[in-house]
Design a protein around this ligand. Structure first.
Ligand code: ADP
Ligand code: MG
Length: 584
């Protein structure tokens, strides 16, 4: 199996524990097999009237002693082997996460978050089960199974053969049921997460539901999902409920065979009464290895399939990656150039041709200059910005930084040159401080306060119950859209890179705050290369050049004064907004 390389490092790291664990496990198996021997000796002594109270007590103490040893060794193998499988789980999960993080934006357009979550949980759990319980069940099946049969053969071959007749039923029964139980269990889990999600969403959207009088519909939706969950649970109960009665039936058939045939052999003195009782005890020990045989094939199959799925993700290469021979510019001034850049997103189905989102874009932004971008929604403004830090790569043409094709610059280096504020900054669950500094230990307090002040966020933070340590998100206070935007802005100002990219930074703040923010940005002109998208055109008046995009093409370009004189889209929109703002 090729994908085994994924877990090998963790297994060899735990080699000592695996060897010890197996020794302890096999020791337990043999100790268990010893108990029927003691019973045999005791009964043979009893039926031969050769026993006194003292030796009976000794036999009893043997059994107590062995049971104590079994307990100790069982604890030890569990620690060694289960610890190993947990280590495999941990290592594999970290590796998968580290790898997925290196993949590029186009991969995440293709792969659903839910699927990735499933790989990180179910598949890794399957591998853990295969390396933990899989190894245990396999060892028990082989060692305990053959040894028990061996002791039975030692007592009587013919009897053993008859008793083994129902055993394949146990093996196949266990295989069949464990498969069904696993599937049923997963369906229950799936239905449960669906239920949680629907309930969570209905609670989160409770204001909307109330405003539109949709309580009835929300309730009936919950009822449907809830009914599905109960149905799946009952289906699982039907399977688990019939499993053990079935197994007990099969092993009781074996017991009946022993009782009848073995009893007759005891009468004819072929075997001793002690052998007869020991035989029944061995039979009891044999049920688990038989079930384990059926179970282990499923465990290993599932683990293998899961490991292969994980392997496929690990084999996935980032489409946007470092160049083979990166150029290291000593000093980046931060001028940006676009040369006939075209771009299209991957089409959703392969048959259709992707429409170009950007088409023949030529731009030159000198160091310290400000470029403003305007255009109707969907015209490609955000896409254009995302190409500069290589969130996506250009389809045709090229983008340069200091006249070097950005694909020739080390990715981490390129991104360290750019401060990028996306249209909808994402907030992680955590404190305001963590969200702004991104957990970076490098930032000192005065830098943080300065950035927050410049982002017009300090007053808001001061009103929060715990200031910078206030938790935001689901578990904390809820920030308004404009506050989130300013957190994104503070993040960006703190990074302080030579190139600043802002995607509609004032779309959700009031006019006055917007003006303060624009003043902050404006103060950086001349020092930083700034590219800024805004739907509020007045915010871009100070730009050295403004372009208007539509359908991925530049159709107007110039300074504010030039565009106003041009009297086209820009000038008309500008005047319209001026009137709106007056009456706002
Ligand atoms: P703008 O920022 O000007 O509103 P965008 O750059 O966000 O425009 O979008 C331009 C076009 O690209 C739109 O038609 C949009 O639907 C499409 N688009 C944006 N992001 C994606 C994506 N991740 N996958 C596919 N299409 C996208
Ligand atoms: Mg946009």
């Amino acid at each position: 199996m090729k994908s085994l390389y994924l877990i090998k490092p963790y297994l060899s790291e735990r080699r000592l524990f695996i060897v010890l664990g197996l020794i302890f496990l096999i020791t337990v198996d043999f100790l268990q097999l010893f108990i029927p021997r003691i019973i045999k000796w005791a009964i043979d002594d009893l039926t031969g009237y050769r026993i006194d109270k003292i030796s009976l007590l000794i036999y009893a103490l043997y059994i107590v002693g062995i049971s104590v040893l079994i307990g100790i060794f069982r604890y030890l193998w569990r620690r060694c082997l289960m610890g190993t499988s947990r280590r495999v789980e941990e290592g594999l999960r970290n590796r998968l996460f580290a790898h997925v993080q290196t993949l590029s934006a186009p991969y995440f357009d293709k792969a659903k978050t839910g699927d990735l979550m499933a790989h990180a949980t179910n598949d890794i759990q399957n591998v853990r089960m295969a390396t933990g319980m899989g190894i245990v069940a396999l060892t028990d099946a082989v060692v305990l199974g053959t040894a028990a049969v061996g002791f039975m053969v030692y007592i009587n071959v013919k009897l053993t053969l008859f008793v083994l007749i129902p055993m394949p039923l146990i093996v196949f029964g266990a295989r069949f049921f464990s498969k069904k139980m696993h599937r049923g269990y997963h369906e229950v889990q799936g239905a449960f997460s669906e239920l949680t999600e629907v309930v969570r969403e209905r609670f989160a959207g409770i204001r909307m539901i109330k405003a539109y009088n949709r309580e009835q519909e929300a309730s009936s939706k919950i009822e449907t999902v809830s009914k599905d969950y109960i149905g799946k649970n009952l289906a699982l109960v039907r399977i688990t409920g019939s499993f053990s009665p079935m197994m007990i039936l099969f092993s009781n058939i074996s017991l009946a065979i022993v009782l009848f045939l073995g009893g007759r052999q005891t009468i004819t003195f072929t075997i001793t009464p002690g052998d007869f009782v020991a035989f029944i005890a061995y039979l009891g020990l044999l049920t688990w290895p038989m079930m384990a045989t059926g179970w282990v094939t499923n465990l290993i199959q599932r683990g293998k399939a899961s490991l292969n799925r994980i392997d496929r993700i690990i084999k996935e290469k980032p489409t946007i990656d470092d160049p083979a021979d990166p150029v290291w510019p000593d000093h980046v001034s931060g001028s940006i150039g676009f040369e006939s850049v075209t771009f299209s997103y991957r089409p959703f189905d392969r048959s259709s041709v992707a429409a170009p989102v950007l088409d023949g874009i030529d731009l030159e932004i000198k160091h310290g200059n400000v470029l403003g971008i305007v255009g109707p929604p969907g015209s490609g403004k955000s896409t254009l910005l995302s190409l500069i830090p290589r969130i996506f790569d250009v389809g045709g043409g090229c983008i340069t930084m200091d006249s070097i094709d950005i694909r020739k610059i080390q990715l981490a280096h390129l991104r360290s040159m750019i401060s990028y504020m996306p249209q909808e900054p994402f907030l992680f669950a955590g404190t305001i401080r963590e969200n702004i500094t991104f957990d970076s230990r490098k930032t000192n307090e005065s830098q943080l306060i300065q950035a927050v002040e410049r982002a017009s966020l300090l007053d808001a933070i001061n009103t929060f119950p715990n200031g910078f340590e206030t938790i935001v998100g689901e578990k904390g206070i809820v920030l308004s859209g404009g506050q989130k935007q300013r957190v994104g802005l503070a993040r960006m100002l703190l990074k302080d890179a030579p190139v600043m990219i802002l995607d509609d930074p004032i779309s959700q703040v009031d006019l006055k705050t917007g003006e303060t923010i624009i003043d902050t940005i404006r103060a950086m002109a001349g020092e930083k290369t700034i590219i800024i998208v805004s739907h509020r055109l007045s915010a871009l008046r100070f730009a050295d050049r403004i372009i208007a995009l539509d359908h991925g093409r530049i159709f107007e370009s110039g300074t504010h004064a030039e565009l106003m004189a041009n009297n086209q889209y820009y000038a008309k929109t500008f005047r319209l907004q001026e009137v709106e703002e007056e009456y706002a």
